[in-house]
Design a protein around this ligand. Structure first.
Ligand code: ZN
Length: 301
């Protein structure tokens, strides 16, 4: 009998207006599997690329009869996905529960034991991933990013060779979904895939290649660079309010002192110089920043 995915729908949440949200859990069992994989996307409602990636990769799992068991949740946060204003995703907040306090839904340490809807939701995802040996959580970062991955330093063998340009090694726990699963003894990785306000078909293809390499459907490649999250990942803040006009793309190498953006304030224009030498890793979805609003993240040499 050829293994195929089957789908179970789990009720998650209902709102004051009685709108209901559900998650679909897709399971695939291979008779020769020795490992179980939990593959999830969309835990942050504005991060869309991973959702089509999981759907497409499920087709490849079946077509190649991959000898793993899989538990796939392509859309792990339907409430976040459904939160938008005039077509702009706002799902770090949750309009449906009136949660406007910017809880980060990936920081589950403070959510999983809550008797709230959010707590029950994150507990559901943790319970679903409990059976897995390998947890892959697909995110995107910012409005524009160079693909990267967060891994614990002991997981280096699992992230090298995938062709992901930047590998961010962490040591200090962050209570993320992946980190929590790492603490439970699993291989557990956070992928940050290419992103924007929209989803480009090329980014889905690029991300599928990362997964094919992870599962041995494609040979490993060289070319990733390893960085230390705690010391080499730096945030950058706006010196004033204004309109931000970028002169660099995510992934570009930058040198301290380079003019990388122009900020048009009420009083005129300010040339913004790179505070670091390294790589512009990602741009935040901020176009008209307030003073001291975070604009971008850098990887610094
Ligand atoms: Zn995310």
């Amino acid at each position: 009998m050829t293994p195929k995915f089957t789908c179970e729908t789990i009720p998650l949440h209902s709102t004051a207006s009685d709108a209901t949200f559900e998650i679909d859990v897709w399971r695939y069992f291979h008779p020769d599997a020795t490992k179980t994989v939990y593959l999830q996307a969309g835990i942050h409602g504005i991060e869309l690329t991973g959702i089509p990636v999981v759907h497409e990769f499920m087709k490849e799992i079946e077509a190649n009869q991959l000898a793993y068991n899989f538990i796939c949740v392509p859309l792990s946060n339907p409430m976040g996905l459904d939160s938008q204003i005039m077509g702009v995703q706002t799902g770090y907040n949750n309009l449906h529960t009136n949660q406007q306090n910017c809880w980060n839904w990936n920081r589950i340490g403070n959510l999983k034991d809550e008797p709230s809807q959010e707590g029950r939701w994150i507990k559901t995802l943790l319970d679903l991933s409990a059976a897995a040996d390998i947890v892959l959580d697909l995110h995107t970062a910012g409005i524009e990013t160079a693909p990267h991955i967060y891994f614990h330093k002991t997981e280096i063998e699992h992230v090298t060779g995938l062709g992901i340009p930047h590998l961010l090694s962490w040591e200090i726990p962050s209570n993320s979904f992946s980190d929590t699963n790492f603490q439970r003894g699993k291989v557990s990785l956070t992928f940050e895939l290419s992103s924007s306000r929209s989803v480009h078909g090329e980014w889905v293809k690029e991300s599928l290649i990362f997964l094919r390499r992870f599962f041995g459907l494609l040979p490993k490649v060289e070319g990733s660079k390893i960085w230390q999250t705690e010391t080499q990942l730096k945030k950058w803040y706006s010196p004033a309010g204004g309109i931000l006009c970028w002169h660099k793309d995510a992934g570009d190498a930058v040198t301290e002192g380079d003019v990388i953006a122009t900020l048009y304030t009420r009083k005129g224009s300010l040339e913004l110089e790179s505070p670091y030498t390294g790589v512009l890793l990602l741009k935040n979805p901020i176009h008209a920043p307030h003073e001291r609003q975070e604009l971008a993240k850098f990887l610094v040499e």
